[in-house]
Design a protein around this ligand. Structure first.
Ligand SMILES: CC(C)(COP(=O)(O)OP(=O)(O)OC[C@H]1O[C@@H](n2cnc3c(N)ncnc32)[C@H](O)[C@@H]1OP(=O)(O)O)[C@@H](O)C(=O)NCCC(=O)NCCS
Length: 150
């Protein structure tokens, strides 16, 4: 099963041992979707996910995280490329690796949520919800700001 992809000086790897949890936490805790997330929460989420780390040498410069049963459903989240590496096709390449992964084939539903990166995901077939009224959620956007959630 392919777990590594290389392009010029960059590496995409699904080896969880390679992940730099502190670097990932530094980005996510400032992001619009996970502001103030505790590092221990990031670490636990990574442990239970299929993670696509993006590396420049050994330096963690991006991530995509998949939550899935690897059979019927997958959810894509925590996608980022550090600002200093953006605009060079790395986000697109990271998504190519996700879409090509053998454990993510034949799914009935592949979901994600984004504020402004629709263009990136549309390249891979993602569309707005066909029946948004059919979807429900429990969403606690302030959970990391209001509890000691470790
Ligand atoms: C979204 C993101 C991962 C794209 O990474 P990237 O390496 O810049 O992506 P690419 O160079 O492959 O470009 C993909 C698309 O992203 C957009 N994009 C590229 N550079 C961008 C930048 N500096 N700022 C905003 N959008 C940008 C463009 O629409 C581009 O589409 P195009 O190829 O038709 O021009 C990156 O901008 C990022 O990490 N943003 C902050 C975190 C975020 O919002 N993540 C998505 C959460 S759902």
């Amino acid at each position: 099963m392919q777990t590594e992809w290389r392009k010029e000086k960059y590496l995409v790897s699904t080896d969880r041992q390679k992940l730099d949890v502190a670097a990932i936490h530094a980005f996510l805790s400032q992001s619009y979707w996970a502001e103030q997330i505790p590092q221990a929460t990031v670490e636990r989420a990574l442990q239970h996910s299929l993670c696509f780390g993006l590396f420049d040498g050994n330096a963690q410069v991006g991530l995509a995280r998949i939550i899935s049963d690897y059979t019927t459903f997958a959810y894509l989240c925590d996608v980022y490329v550090l600002p200093s590496h953006q605009g060079h096709g790395l986000g697109t390449w990271l998504m190519e690796c996700v879409i090509a992964h053998p454990k993510l084939q034949g799914l009935r539903r592949f979901n994600l949520a984004t504020r402004d990166a629709h263009k990136l995901y549309a390249k891979f077939g993602f569309k707005p919800l066909a029946y948004p009224d059919a979807h429900m959620e429990i969403h606690k956007p302030s959970i990391y700001k209001t509890t000691a959630n470790v």
